[in-house]
Unconditional design. Structure first.
Length: 447
């Protein structure tokens, strides 16, 4: 059934623009009672709940500011749509042609941080359900949008929800690709830490789930480092006594498709033989361009989910400490303990200590389940795309709930701007996704 009108489309675009304009990036320095992730993350939550209330949903905001939800319908069963309102930082990310938090709407696209991840899909799902409400359909079960505000970091929002709130019967997260993700690789984020250095100062990288696209070095070995970069064929810029190594930023789950500026800089620094530092050696002599982790811990892979990926996301070397931040997406059949043992052995080999930062267990929902079959048949009927469900290295809120998978919102041919400069989403795709989500909820939750 066709539920989405032109008015729904127009209002959804404006709602998305308003949401993009809120720079909801984690700010630990701004955290306090009632806003655990900073003022802007709370502002995004409050703004979204106010929007939902104006659309006719009943809403709830966690008094501690971790999460909120909006609900419509009746019944014992609870269908969840798991969304997040926080975004990765844009500060220092090269390549932006406009202000990341000043949305730009053209005839074809909407541009701004969060357009694809995850504000755009969130609004598309929200207005898909709003269209059902306007059509006066009868909901045979409750539909609950759950809004998190710490997905890009430690998932403290959804973990707090799980501690305090009712569990969903089934659901999806609009935070990946169509047709759907029936399995997600395990996520392990760790730090290798060691002693500091008085001869080398490095502060490179940002979010652990982003391949760094630039890394800076400033010191008395600039000429030697420049020479090594030229030998290696790695692009860089040199201004006076500062070198900026250039890379290509992608989501950590796609680490082999990115170009890691940190490891390129580390390789050049290590090749000068001017520094003694174990973190530098691991990044620049061991890992280098390897984005699978094979050089560090051996090859881990399985038939279901493929090869493990590893992203060197941060490198910090100061007089007081050195540390390397790693983001790892490991195969669904691999036991976490096996991987941790290998990482600890590798760290110890270089005189470093292992510290776990974050962990998310793999997700797996059988393809033959009722949930997946309904999602899949709806998508195929509306698009004609018969692509099979697949495994992803990304981590979505779906793995935080039972009987839940990642369902869209990007199509196979959608240009990937997730976590990248000039993040944008085509309006044609945005409108089509609204239709898909509206029809899906209708088939599962309505009479």
């Amino acid at each position: 059934m066709a539920f989405i009108t032109k008015e729904h489309q127009e209002k959804a675009v404006m709602a998305l623009a308003d949401l993009i304009a809120i720079p909801s990036v984690l700010d630990e320095a701004d955290a306090k009672a009632g806003q655990p992730f900073g003022e802007n993350c709370l502002k995004a939550l409050e703004h979204t709940l106010a929007l939902c209330e104006s659309l006719g949903f009943t809403t709830y905001q966690d008094p501690e500011g971790y999460y909120g939800y909006a609900e419509v319908g009746e019944g014992e069963e609870l269908f969840g749509i798991l969304c997040h309102l926080d975004v990765v930082p844009a500060v220092g990310q090269s390549g932006w042609e406009s202000e990341p938090f000043t949305p730009i709407i053209t005839d074809e696209v909407i541009i701004g941080r969060g357009a694809q991840d995850d504000k755009g899909p969130t609004v598309a799902a929200l207005y898909g359900v709003k269209a059902l409400m306007d059509a006066k359909v009868t909901f045979k079960q409750r539909v609950r949008f759950i809004f998190g505000t710490d997905e890009e970091n430690l998932w403290r929002c959804i973990n707090r929800y799980n501690e305090k709130e009712e569990m969903i019967t089934a659901g999806f997260a609009p935070d990946s690709k169509f047709p759907l993700i029936f399995a997600e690789k395990g996520l392990l984020q760790v730090y290798f830490e060691g002693v500091g250095s008085n001869e080398l100062s490095i502060e490179a990288g940002g979010s652990l789930n982003v391949v760094p696209d630039h890394a800076l070095y400033s010191g008395d070995k600039v000429e030697a480092v420049a020479t090594e970069l030229l030998k290696l064929g790695y692009p860089f810029e040199k201004v006076d006594d500062c070198i900026t190594v250039q890379g290509k930023s992608v989501h950590s789950k796609l680490a082999p498709e990115g170009i890691n500026a940190i490891t390129r800089l580390a390789e050049a620094l290590a090749n000068t033989n001017s520094f003694t530092n174990s973190v530098l050696d691991v990044a620049g002599k061991v890992i280098k361009t390897d984005a699978t982790g094979e050089s560090l811990v051996g090859l881990f892979q399985d038939e279901v989910s493929g090869v493990m990926t590893l992203n060197v996301a941060k490198m910090e070397i100061t007089p007081t400490r050195s540390r390397l931040g790693l983001d790892i997406r490991y195969p669904v059949t691999l036991e976490k303990e096996t991987l941790v043992a290998a990482l600890k052995d590798a760290a110890a080999k270089y005189g470093l200590t292992y510290h776990e930062h974050d962990y998310l267990a793999p997700l797996y929902v059988p393809i033959e389940s009722d949930l997946i079959q309904t999602l899949l048949s709806t998508y195929r009927q509306l698009t004609g795309d018969m692509t099979e469900p697949f495994v992803n290295g990304g981590a979505t809120f779906a793995r935080a709930m039972n009987n839940c998978v990642a369902f869209g919102a990007m199509f196979g041919d959608t240009p990937d701007y997730v976590h990248q400069a000039n993040e944008q989403w085509s309006l044609a795709s945005f409108y089509q996704v609204m239709e898909i989500y509206g029809e899906t909820v209708y088939r599962i939750c309505c009479e």
